[in-house]
Design a protein around this ligand. Structure first.
Ligand SMILES: Cc1cc2nc3c(=O)[nH]c(=O)nc-3n(C[C@H](O)[C@H](O)[C@H](O)COP(=O)(O)OP(=O)(O)OC[C@H]3O[C@@H](n4cnc5c(N)ncnc54)[C@H](O)[C@@H]3O)c2cc1C
Length: 490
């Protein structure tokens, strides 16, 4: 006989992860007679950073039923067409990771091979000229992608920069309107079942007790339920990703903000610059093994000038919980692990946590088989993002500071070494169906970080080299013409 259904879900934490989970569950479980309670502590507060996203954010916003104009106004959002990496190949160098694909309509994954072939026969141009998304970003122009695969606009992709605190507040409004009950207070007692170890209730310092069948741990880096009660071990990735702290500080809004994030390689880490409507978010992610926090603070201030609020220091360890679902506790957000915001992936990982939970939504017995599947997919997703970040750290040329030398000398994770070897040998980007970053992203970062391919797909040899060059030229011209017709951002 089936176990009874889950009737009470308790979410611990009201940061971005907590309110995204509450908004999604209240929408997806509507009509199932499930009560959702969320508890958060004003005294503890939230981590208060998180400003840049990737295009998968559209999936989540559609899931919870968000109107784009309303959401952008509420969160002071700006468009984001990609990330510019400056200085990763030595001071003065720059490359762009666009959110769209390369080439014209129909070129798809073959286009990088066309470029590799042309590079081998002497072309010296960067891939940027062949990406409509990159060209729009450079020209401060914007239009939305279209679904028609015959249109050049189908190659576009975009996401947003937004104030994550305002995003959480926006989602809170939606979740509460759909019946989620919010409780303010610090959780001071956690009751567990003496036999199976399931969490049964949380009690706050205000004397409120919340009983539940399923608990979602969105309590932030500490992982109050998943780590402290369910004892999920942490796997550190500090060998590959040595940064363990960040100073964050806002500056005044830019008058003509670019529609992209900037990520500058620095002495002992890297610095972000994220333009919002009402301010610029800045931060310096650094490794305390290579620079003291005091010196790192000076590096940030030296680069950004006078901030509009005091810089804040956040400490972290990169890595993941070995299990993100234990018993009747599922960790979503920072409680499940941390990967630095170099490719703006944390909010995406919250979304995929929610997506997995919905597709594996349990009965009240919280079948360990469902938990096992959740953890398998979670592991792959985290490792995939980790590899993409390590790619940036390892393949730097022209950076001689001790942090960068350390990263250049650290052996790659096997999974990343495999991808790089394959690309070098044949220009192929070997992806699994669930890999988050697709061909264009890997191609942008691999070529941007100076990895060259020795060969390309031989099917291209069906046409002479001159014809390949003509195709590239035609794409380049079509992109330039299209850019001129697309409006500038205000
Ligand atoms: C330096 C830095 C930069 C980042 N930049 C980006 C970015 O550009 N893009 C991106 O996608 N992500 C970014 N992130 C990640 C992003 O900040 C988080 O993924 C996101 O904010 C989710 O955090 P959270 O909700 O898991 O945790 P938190 O924001 O820490 O929220 C934890 C919640 O739990 C509550 N809580 C904890 N303990 C208790 C208790 N005992 N009782 C009651 N309530 C409790 C707190 O009150 C709070 O509401 C960045 C992170 C860092 C550190």
């Amino acid at each position: 006989m089936s176990a009874p259904p889950v009737r009470r879900v308790v979410i611990l934490g009201g940061g971005t992860a907590g309110w995204m989970t509450a908004a999604a569950l209240s929408k997806a479980l509507a009509g199932m007679d499930v009560a959702i309670d969320l508890v958060e502590s004003d005294a503890i507060g939230t981590i208060g950073v998180g400003e840049a996203t990737i295009p998968t954010i559209h999936w989540f916003n559609q899931l919870v039923g968000i109107d784009e104009a309303e959401f952008m106004a509420a969160t002071r959002a700006t468009y984001k067409l990609g990330i510019e990496f400056q200085g990763w190949q030595g001071n003065g160098s720059a490359y762009f990771h666009p959110f769209g694909t390369y080439g014209g309509p129909g070129d798809a994954t073959m286009f990088p091979h066309r470029l590799i072939r042309a590079w081998k026969s002497g072309l010296e141009e960067s891939p940027e000229a062949y990406s409509l998304t990159s060209q729009l970003a450079r020209a401060r122009r914007f239009t939305r992608p279209v679904g028609d695969p015959r249109s050049l606009l189908s190659t576009l992709g975009y996401a947003y920069h937004f104030d994550a605190g305002l995003y959480a507040a926006f989602l809170r409004g939606q979740a509460e309107a759909r019946g989620v009950r919010r409780h303010e207070g610090r959780v001071t007692a956690i009751a567990q079942d003496g036999e199976c170890g399931f969490v049964r209730s949380l009690t706050t310092d205000k004397g409120v007790t919340l009983a539940g069948d399923l608990f979602i741990d969105c309590s932030g880096l500490r992982g109050l339920l998943i780590a402290e009660k369910m004892e999920a071990e942490f796997e550190s990735w500090a060998d590959w990703l040595p940064c363990d702290g960040a100073w964050a500080a806002p500056t005044a809004a830019e008058t003509a903000p670019p529609p992209f994030t900037r990520a500058y390689a620095q002495e002992a880490g890297w610095r972000w610059r994220i333009p919002l409507q009402h301010r610029v978010g800045n931060g310096y992610v650094f490794s305390s093994r290579f620079q003291s926090p005091e010196a790192a603070r000076e590096t940030l201030l030296g680069a950004i000038g006078t901030p509009s609020a005091e810089p804040r220091l956040i400490r972290f360890t990169p890595g993941r919980r070995r299990r993100a679902w234990v018993g009747n506790v599922v960790a979503i957000g920072l409680s499940s692990g941390f990967l630095e915001p170099l490719e703006s992936t944390s909010i995406h990982l919250i979304q995929t946590g929610i997506g997995k939970l919905l597709s594996l939504f349990p009965r009240a017995d919280c079948s360990p088989q469902l938990a096992e599947q959740y953890d398998r997919v979670f592991t792959r997703e985290m490792e995939d993002v980790r590899d993409f970040l390590v790619l940036h750290y390892h393949f730097t040329h022209g950076r001689e500071e001790p942090l960068w030398r350390h990263c250049q000398a650290t052996p790659l994770p096997d999974t990343l070494a495999y991808k790089v070897e394959q690309f070098r040998a044949s220009g192929r980007i070997m992806l699994g169906p669930e890999d988050l970053f697709r061909d264009a992203s890997w191609f942008a970062v691999m070529s941007g970080q100076g990895i060259t391919a020795d060969d390309y797909n031989p099917m291209l040899d069906a046409m002479p080299d001159a014809a390949n060059r003509q195709h590239l030229e035609a794409v380049r011209n079509a992109i330039a013409q299209s850019v001129a017709q697309i409006p500038k951002l205000p």
